[in-house]
Design a protein around this ligand. Structure first.
Ligand code: NAP
Length: 304
């Protein structure tokens, strides 16, 4: 297994959006040389300005790299980036390379990627993250990893650059399953955050004072502390896109059905987020749920 060292290990990075931009930046801050690719090239410019080298396809990234990370959008993008026969990462990997998908994606696709990579003597990890845009910028993400333990341990210097909590979860697909647990908690919790703030508003309370009280008590949560102030301040930019959350809830619901589980809370979150999307807010942050819930109670939240 290779030794990971800034200065000698060449990193490839695909997907330079809200999360990838900062996560790749953390590796560069620690001295790793990087080759980058993104569907829209200009979103890679800030990293190129800092010394990253551009490559024209995922395959060309892999040809220049020992380890290739990706954090793109949907499972179909993961498939295209890694598995496309002509231009995908696996087409450009050498014997002994490592690939890591950090996108929130399907457990079954993570297993397929692991098995396909193994056939060409490449190791694959699924390593989705939690902690949001803030955690990516500050290098404090929680990273949940599936695949072979030895590969996970080899990559610790990279994971520790991006995250504060890095936990091995088991075989390929386990990282994605853990992320579905995370998304179930967030989806159901977000309903509570929005309903509670709606209640506080209708009761005539000072919302900032309410957040100070309940944010540090037993009801405290990441969503309340980080997204509560954005909801109160009417800042609904992502953060974390509604469109991506609908993708995650869909994956979690389909996995839960496969396992014979009834998840009424998650199903409700799915219905509510479909309504957020129908209102034209798919490109907003997940806390835009407040706008759909407020409308149900005839509250004009943004002009309150
Ligand atoms: P984002 O800002 O849309 O970034 C995704 C990037 O991947 C975009 O720059 C996009 O290119 C690029 N991309 C997508 N498909 C591609 C393809 N086929 N080939 C090359 N590049 C491609 O989204 P994000 O917020 O960083 O989220 C990325 C992933 O992390 C999602 O799966 C999301 O669910 C997950 N996640 C997000 C958060 C969060 O708080 N934001 C937290 C945890 C996990 P374009 O510029 O052309 O669109």
């Amino acid at each position: 297994m290779m030794q990971i060292e800034a200065g000698t290990t060449r990193i490839g990075w695909i997907g330079t959006g809200v999360m990838g931009q900062s996560m790749c930046g953390q590796l560069m801050d620690r001295g790793f040389a990087t080759t980058v690719y993104n569907r829209t090239r200009k979103k890679a410019d800030p990293l190129i300005d800092r010394g990253a080298v551009w490559a024209d396809s995922p395959r060309l990234v892999a040809e220049q790299s020992d380890v290739v990370f990706a954090i793109v959008s949907f499972p179909r993008d993961v498939r295209q980036v890694f598995l496309c026969k002509n231009s995908g990462v696996l087409a450009g990997c050498r014997d002994g390379s490592i690939v890591v998908d950090m996108t929130t994606s399907e457990p079954a696709l993570a297993i397929e990627l692991y098995n396909t990579a193994k056939q060409v003597n490449v190791q694959s990890l699924d390593a989705p993250v939690s902690g949001g845009d803030v955690g990516a910028r500050e290098g404090t993400l929680s990273i949940m990893v599936g695949g072979e333990r030895e590969t996970f341990e080899t990559l610790m210097p990279c994971f520790e650059a991006m995250g504060k909590t890095v936990v091995y979860q088991g075989d390929a697909g386990s990282g994605q399953h853990t992320k579905m647990v995370n998304q179930t908690l967030i989806a159901t919790g977000m309903i509570g955050v929005c309903e509670a703030l709606l209640y506080a508003h209708k009761a005539g309370l000072d919302l900032e004072a309410v957040l100070r009280s309940v944010g540090s008590g037993a009801a405290g949560s990441w969503s309340l502390s980080n997204l509560g102030p954005r909801i109160v301040g009417n800042h609904f930019d992502p953060g974390f896109f509604v469109e991506h959350f609908i993708k995650d809830i869909g994956i979690a619901l389909s996995e839960s059905r496969r396992m014979g589980l009834s998840m009424p809370g998650l199903s409700l979150a799915d219905a509510l987020y479909q309504s957020v999307k129908a209102h034209g807010d798919a490109d907003r942050g997940t806390h835009a749920l407040m706008l759909a819930l407020a409308e149900m109670s005839a509250v004009d939240w943004q002009n309150r």
